[in-house]
Ligand binder design. Structure first.
Ligand code: ADP
Length: 257
């Protein structure tokens, strides 16, 4: 794979107690920098703005009001980028912030602008860090929307930039035959080549306090990748260096292919 989109979930970046997981930030920067230096083209889609915002404002839980969540996301987003900038600077890798909404790709003109930006950044060896623009959209915040969330945004980005591989990092080792947070006897599925309704029936909601999509949105992302003959790997983000193992062809997490 030469063009790779990596999506990291809130659960990998923030501990359940609300503290920032600096180790994940560092290992993500280390891994993506190493791959960037090898000539791979990388795009990182990162959630976590609200989680970082909560941490910054010393709040314990997400406010219920959507406007308050958007405000927190705005606070958290710049802090999130600061954390990334610090770690990526350490490895001398340049990053850029790209804030998108799902519908930008529906309009030919904005689609073109976004694609031009991505292509310029990738040409210059800069790693774009993408998140939903939470000030103008609430897909990622409003759990009731059918479309939203960064899992699917990452799949849309992967398909538009013609990526070979989408790596989704979460707080579980992969896709299980039932929700592993509820059933201790759940079994990890190594490879999935086709997604049907039955798969969705075992894919539950979010497992963490700050997580958003749960397994359902990850399967929707995987379905899109499979439909377009691209690969997706769902793996545990507790050590983002697994991306190196995945690219080395090792069996990690669940391969959708
Ligand atoms: P992230 O913040 O990384 O996107 P989410 O909390 O949104 O993480 O989604 C991952 C969670 O999905 C897991 O922690 C798990 O509790 C839940 N889940 C539900 N069904 C399944 C399943 N069949 N296999 C794996 N995880 C599942």
């Amino acid at each position: 794979a030469n063009r790779i989109v990596v999506k990291v979930g809130t659960s990998s970046l923030i501990y359940p107690n609300g503290a920032i997981n600096f180790e994940t930030f560092d290992q993500l920067a280390y891994t993506l920098s190493a791959l960037n230096n090898q000539g791979k083209e990388l795009i990182l889609v990162s959630s976590g703005a609200i989680g970082v915002g909560l941490n910054k404002m010393h709040l314990k839980k997400r406010p219920t009001e959507i406007g308050a969540q958007q405000a927190l996301a705005a606070i958290g987003q710049s802090e999130l980028m600061t954390l990334f900038t610090q770690r990526f600077n350490h490895y001398m890798t340049n990053i850029a912030q790209v804030l998108l909404t799902h519908d930008v790709f529906d309009y030919p003109k904005s689609d073109q602008f976004v694609m031009n930006t991505f292509n310029c950044l990738l040409n210059d060896n800069v790693i774009p860090i993408v998140n939903e623009n939470d000030t103008v959209a609430t897909d990622e915040l409003d759990h009731k929307t059918t479309f939203g969330d960064n899992d699917q945004l990452s799949a849309i980005v992967a398909s538009h930039v013609n990526a070979d591989l989408l790596v989704v990092l979460s707080d579980i080792n992969g896709f299980y035959d039932r929700n592993p947070k509820k059933f201790t006897n759940a079994n990890l599925i190594n490879q999935v080549s086709k997604i049907d309704d039955e798969d969705f029936s075992v894919a539950g909601g979010t497992g963490s306090r700050f997580g958003t999509g749960g397994m359902r949105t990850k399967l929707l992302a995987a379905k899109r990748m499979l439909d377009e003959d691209r690969q997706m790997v769902l793996a545990n983000g507790k050590d983002p260096r697994v991306i190196l193992d995945i690219l080395a062809g090792k069996q990690v997490g669940t391969l959708f292919s």
